[in-house]
Design a protein. Structure first.
Length: 128
C-alpha cells in the first residue's frame, strides 16, 4: 500500500514539473474557439458551472458545458494559424495595430499583432 501511495505522489510531482515548462494554458471550446492564459502562477477554481483561471491580472472564465479540451502549450492563441511574411515594404505600405490605429512608417514595432496593407494585399503579422 505504501508503494502505491509513494508511486502516485511521484507521478503527480512529475506532472507538476512538466506543466511548469509550458507558457500557456489553452482552453478549446465546443464551437472551436480557444482561450488562453499564461500558465505561470495560474489558479483554477470551479463555481456555478464555470471554470475560472486566474494568473496575476489575467482572468479567463469558461462554461464547463462548452469546454472540450484543456492543455498546456508554448503557443499562445492569437487566431492566426500561420504567417507568411513574403512582401516587400513598398511605397504606400500601411501598418495598423489590432485596434485599427495606423502605425508611423519606419517605426520599430513592439510585440503584438499587426495588419499590413501593401501591394493590394492585406496580411496579419505577429511580432514576437
Amino acid at each position: 500500500m505504501k508503494k502505491i501511495i509513494i508511486l502516485s505522489m511521484l507521478m503527480l510531482l512529475g506532472v507538476g514539473v512538466r506543466a511548469a515548462d509550458y507558457g500557456y494554458l489553452v482552453f478549446t471550446l465546443s464551437d472551436g474557439t480557444t482561450k488562453s492564459i499564461t500558465s505561470t502562477g495560474v489558479n483554477i477554481t470551479f463555481a456555478d458551472g464555470k471554470l475560472t483561471a486566474t494568473a496575476g491580472t489575467e482572468t479567463v472564465a469558461v462554461e464547463l458545458a462548452s469546454l472540450t479540451k484543456m492543455e498546456f502549450s508554448n503557443d499562445g492563441t492569437t487566431g492566426i494559424s500561420s504567417v507568411n511574411c513574403d512582401f516587400e515594404a513598398a511605397e504606400g505600405t500601411e501598418i495598423y495595430d489590432v485596434n485599427g490605429r495606423r502605425m508611423p512608417s519606419g517605426s520599430n514595432l513592439q510585440r503584438g499583432v499587426y495588419i499590413i496593407k501593401s501591394n493590394g494585399k492585406t496580411t496579419k503579422v505577429q511580432v514576437k
